[in-house]
Ligand binder design. Structure first.
Ligand code: DNO
Length: 346
């Protein structure tokens, strides 16, 4: 495996010099953040990011994310131009040595939580999702903590309205339409597409979500069989869904060669509904058996990219939600241990 670390570019308050000091760190996972979704990324920007990473001895082989424009998800008339731009971005990232692109196909919202600073007993805080609090959220008056407010309230309402006519099947067909144009480009330039699961893995606000479980993945891989049509196995996202068996999924999709990227983090299920809290990475802290998941990856020949996902705020840090330095660095050290052990006992 190649251990990587998410880095939000030059604006990230965590310097590359710190990232490189994390044991076994091979590279950063990053993106061009300030070009509007749907437009083409200037090649110079990619070259600059890569050179910066390289100057600290870090690679830049994974992009997270090249975001997918909502009009592609909605299947609107202008999607062909937007998909052509997406393909151009794939070609450009390939030019600077990128091997893997993480993206998602969630309508409107990416990850969703009800609390950004859930206080834990040990004095740390982390992201959490409460079923009860979520019931109180009025979709017509959304003030979601941490949500990238890229839309005005009116724009958001219009967008939500547009999705009213989109069924799961429609969204799936729009994903397949997109992949049938993008994957051939990936095949040509050797880039692996790694779809990120829905987080949490169920419909929210009546919006369809189609990458929540094994059946969804099987359907998607069946529709577009190229091996470059793969997965980001995000243990925390899938793991919030209590019917998802993570070690089984790790085994099955690694055997198929479809696990290109792994996000490792643990979640603690906190009630009898859907609620969960993000916790430290180790198995004992939460509801997932992290050692079993890593063993399933290693035993089945996984050799892709891994990154420690969301950490808590610890040691007094007030980091970007989920993306502070300290707990992710501890997570990285733990991940190194799990992989070393699994590899030696293979
Ligand atoms: C959250 C991340 C997601 C992820 C996107 C990929 O912390 O895992 O925002 O980057 O869903 O497109």
């Amino acid at each position: 495996m190649k251990l990587t670390f998410r880095w939000y570019g030059e604006k990230d308050c965590i310097p590359l010099n710190y990232i490189r000091q994390i044991p076994n760190m091979s590279g950063v996972v990053t993106a061009v953040y300030d070009v509007p979704v749907g437009e083409v990324w200037p090649l110079e920007r990619l070259i600059k990011l890569k050179e910066l990473a390289n100057s600290y001895g870090l690679e830049m082989e994974v992009i997270e994310s090249i975001p997918v424009h909502e009009d592609i998800k909605l299947g609107k008339d202008n999607r062909d131009q937007l998909i052509a731009n997406y393909c151009e971005n794939v070609r450009r990232v390939a030019k600077v040595g990128v091997k893997c692109v993480c993206y998602n196909f969630m309508p409107v919202f990416d990850w969703l939580r009800t609390e950004m600073h859930h206080q834990n007993k040990d004095g740390s805080n982390s992201l959490s999702y409460s079923y009860e609090d979520f019931q109180k959220v009025d979709p017509n008056n959304l003030h979601l903590p941490g949500w990238d407010e890229s839309y005005t309230p009116d724009e958001l309402q219009n967008l939500l309205k547009e999705y009213q006519n989109i069924s799961h099947e429609d969204l799936f067909n729009n994903l397949v339409y997109f992949l049938k144009k993008v994957i051939p480009v990936c095949d040509e330039v050797n880039v692996k597409m790694a779809i990120h699961p829905d987080d949490p893995p169920w419909d929210i606000f009546g919006l369809p979500r189609i990458v929540s479980n094994e059946a969804d993945l099987d359907k998607m891989f069946h529709a577009v069989p190229s091996i470059n049509n793969g997965l980001t196995l995000c243990t925390g996202s899938f793991g919030a869904g209590r019917n998802n068996n993570l070690s089984h999924m790790a085994e099955k999709y690694t055997k198929q060669g479809r696990v290109h990227f792994v996000h490792l983090r643990n979640v603690l299920w906190t009630d009898n509904h859907d609620s969960f809290c993000e916790v430290g990475h180790c198995s004992k802290a939460g509801s997932l058996d992290m050692a079993k998941i890593v063993k399933a990856l290693v035993d089945n020949g996984f050799d892709g990219y891994v990154r420690p996902d969301h950490g808590r705020n610890i040691f007094g840090e007030d980091g970007k939600p989920g993306y502070g330095l300290y707990d992710r660095a501890l997570g990285a050290a733990y991940i190194n241990g799990l992989f070393e052990m699994a590899e030696k006992n293979k």
